[in-house]
Design a protein around this ligand. Structure first.
Ligand code: FE
Length: 356
């Protein structure tokens, strides 16, 4: 049984590579013409985003260009693992995932290629692009402090650093350090404050934990409302998703929380992205580039960002009403490539600080 499937798989792989070889060496002429151009009318996407709006955008792209978008959805780590396994044989042309830290890992593992595009460069500010143009941010999210409105006066909040003070002892909630959002957060502190201060912050925060880190960002919000702590560190879009949730409990939780953008008078609030990258093995790189450019275009940006309550990276596009109601805020002034560059150091500091 297994052998048979293996043989079938091998035949399929050989056929695919033969077809690929034909396509790359022969100019399509008579009968092969249509077939060859049909074949090139696709783009294959590995995406960890699973939102209806993404599908809607792919459909619009298909209608505009006649290029079919095939999507494989999965968790970011699973898709990265799949790229690791498939290597140069991957069918993926594009990889879409959250966090500059995850995109950096795909880059480090040699899966990505640089994309030279004036459209991407004009639509996406430099700080949200890889310094080698191997990945590009599509949406932004801020990692903020949320607080219990009935117990915390927002005037008592100021910076991430201030959460390490005596006042917050036993009151701070945040997810485990293995999570990339936190690794990137600490990587940003290494950049703006230096290693020593970043380490001090991690130790100070551990000292003020309300409980051992557990759960995801939404769980921290729920724990604040349940009275386990007073403040939590979480990404802005979870507040948007919870406030608009069909789950009444979740909605109620979010309604009891306030959003605070820390470090406005100092280094700025930490911002991360979800982004897109072209694989090194891409067989449909022209189509892939077209889709990347399409996603950065103002009309796509508006739909793409607002459906998940994220901020558009394209500065000509306004965020949605809820996000606007939270007000403008100052971001950390760093190129997000540093989140990947400081990743290993951040992991080391978390371990030293005993942040589970
Ligand atoms: Fe998330």
């Amino acid at each position: 049984m297994n052998k048979k499937y293996m043989a079938l798989g091998l035949t399929a792989a050989l056929t695919t590579s033969l077809l690929a070889a034909c396509a790359s060496t022969e100019e399509p002429t008579t009968s092969g013409d249509n077939e060859a151009s049909e074949e090139s009318k696709v783009v294959n996407v590995y995406s960890s985003r699973h939102y209806d709006v993404d599908k809607e955008l792919y459909k619009q792209f298909e209608e505009e260009t006649g290029v079919k978008v095939n999507v494989v959805e999965g968790k970011g780590e699973e898709l990265l693992e799949r790229l690791n396994t498939e290597g140069a044989n991957t069918e993926a042309d594009l990889f879409i995932t959250a966090d500059a830290g995850n995109l950096h890992q795909a880059k480090e593992n040699g899966h990505l290629q640089a994309v030279d595009s004036d459209v991407l460069e004009s639509n996406i500010p430099e700080k949200y692009r890889d310094t080698d143009n191997e990945w590009f941010g599509l949406t932004k999210r801020a990692r903020v402090i949320v607080y219990a409105k009935d117990r915390v006066n927002p005037e008592d909040l100021s910076t991430y650093e201030a959460l390490t003070e005596e006042q917050w002892n036993g009151k701070v909630l945040v997810r485990p350090s293995e999570n990339m959002y936190n690794i990137s957060l600490l990587a940003s502190f290494i950049e703006v404050n230096g290693v020593d201060q970043a380490k001090e912050w991690a130790e100070g925060l551990v000292n003020n934990f309300a409980r051992d880190p557990q759960g995801n960002d939404r769980d921290q919000a729920k724990a604040v409302v349940a009275g386990e702590g007073d403040v939590a560190i979480m990404n802005t879009y979870y507040m948007g998703l919870m406030l608009n949730s069909e789950d009444a409990e979740e909605k109620k939780v979010a309604e009891e929380l306030g959003v605070f953008f820390p470090n406005q008078d100092t280094t700025g609030t930490h911002v991360n992205i979800s982004g897109i990258a072209m694989t090194k093995a891409s067989k449909n790189s022209e189509n892939a580039k077209k889709l990347m450019e399409f996603m950065s275009d103002p009309s796509a940006q508006e739909q793409f960002a607002s459906a998940n309550y994220e901020y558009p990276v394209n500065e000509s596009v306004e965020p949605n009403e809820l996000l606007k109601s939270w007000g403008d805020f100052k971001e950390q002034d760093i190129n997000l490539s540093v989140l990947g560059e400081n990743q290993q150091e951040a992991i080391r500091l978390f371990n030293e600080a005993g942040w589970k």
